[in-house]
Design a protein around this ligand. Structure first.
Ligand code: NAD
Length: 327
């Protein structure tokens, strides 16, 4: 993939020790750019930092986006901010609303302000499909959102509101990317709040039954990580005319959890069972995206669809399976 950035471009990836952030760092370093990563390691892994520390173009700042001075230092001389730092998980956000507000909203506001003060060219940030809430119509399309179903979703919607204000009043070029259930290498399977794909892969590799909340007919537009990295880089190159907008980043596919289990079962030769538990509060039933806005304004097109992505992901976990530490 070719991206036309000036050679000496400097990128700041917040949350760069996490799943999506570390994949962004990796691709940017491979392309030869300077990458600064800001992460407090609250959910990210030291091992996701260690893999890059030998690279002279990589700099790690161990810090918290809730601290404005840290954000100012991190944004100094930066051209592009890829803001990923946040706490994920819908159920955990219902348990810890104050923490979610301070990290996901307060931290993002600090990053917006520090980016504006430092003259950052583009501020690209992680939003989420959760902003569609209880909107029943599929596919999900920008501008047709329902009632929010969790504090997590509220923080992401609030990020979009603040980013729009920074574009409107201060001319900061912001682009929100509404990720739909991202999966791929380096997604941590071990936290209680782990995402479903790494969790299932881990269980199956250990020969344990998998757990589904609900009857398994709920569906997701599972999006392979390479598509998300691609969308971030395209957004950095997008026209300023489109600043202030948010875009669906997905593949336009609809995979049920039962289909996912079947697919993983085949790939991993798994003969165990499924344990069903009641549906969790705040979970969306079906999710499937229309990504035509991202296609039109950013030139986005998925680079890998679900079937290729899941195969690559399983291969990666099979190679790495002893490298994860429980958190
Ligand atoms: N993974 C998905 O499917 C998905 C879907 C929609 C949106 N998102 C969003 O994408 C972003 C990245 O998600 P991810 O899956 O890589 O999560 P992750 O937990 O793997 O990464 C988030 C990183 O942010 C860091 N972080 C958290 N609080 C911080 C703070 N106060 N200061 C500095 N760093 C902090 C964590 O240590 C972690 O390394 C998040 O904003 C998330 O809400 C993810």
């Amino acid at each position: 993939m070719f991206y036309n950035f000036p050679e000496d471009s400097v990128f700041l990836v917040t949350g760069g020790a996490g799943f999506i952030g570390s994949n962004l760092c990796e691709v940017l370093l491979e392309l030869g750019y300077k990458v600064r990563c800001l992460d407090d390691l609250s959910n990210g892994l030291q091992s996701n930092v260690d893999i890059f520390t030998q690279n002279p173009n990589y700099q790690f700042i161990h810090g918290d986006i809730r601290d404005y001075e840290t954000c100012m230092i991190a944004c100094k001389d930066v051209d592009y901010v890829l803001h990923q730092a946040a706490w994920g998980s819908v159920p955990r956000s219902i348990e810890l609303p104050l923490l979610y507000e301070s990290i996901n909203v307060g931290g993002t506001l600090n990053m917006l302000e520090a980016s504006r003060k430092n003259g950052v060219k583009r501020f690209v940030y992680a939003s989420s499909s959760s902003v569609y809430g209880d909107e029943p119509n599929l596919p999900k399309i920008e501008g047709r959102e329902g009632n929010l179903l969790s504090p997590y979703a509220l923080t992401k919607k609030s990020n979009e509101g603040w980013a729009k204000q920074y574009t409107l009043h201060y001319g900061l070029a912001t682009y929100g990317l509404r990720y739909f259930n991202v999966f791929g290498k380096r997604q941590n399977p071990n936290s209680t709040y782990a995402a479903v794909i790494p969790k299932f892969i881990n269980c199956m590799m250990n020969g344990e039954d998998v757990t589904i909340y609900g009857d398994g007919t709920q569906s997701r537009d599972f999006t392979f990580i390479d598509n998300v990295v691609h969308a971030n880089l395209l957004a950095c190159l997008a026209s300023e005319k489109h600043a202030g907008l948010s875009f669906n980043v997905a593949c336009g596919e609809q995979i049920t959890l039962l289909q996912l289990v079947d697919e993983l079962r085949n790939l991993l030769d798994f003969s165990g069972g499924i344990k069903f538990f009641p549906k969790r509060r705040g979970d969306i039933l079906h999710s499937n995206a229309d990504f035509s806005l991202a296609k039109e304004k950013l030139g986005f097109q998925p680079v890998f669809y679900f079937m290729d992505g899941i195969q690559k992901t399983v291969e990666w976990y099979a190679k790495q399976r002893c490298c994860y530490h429980s958190k």
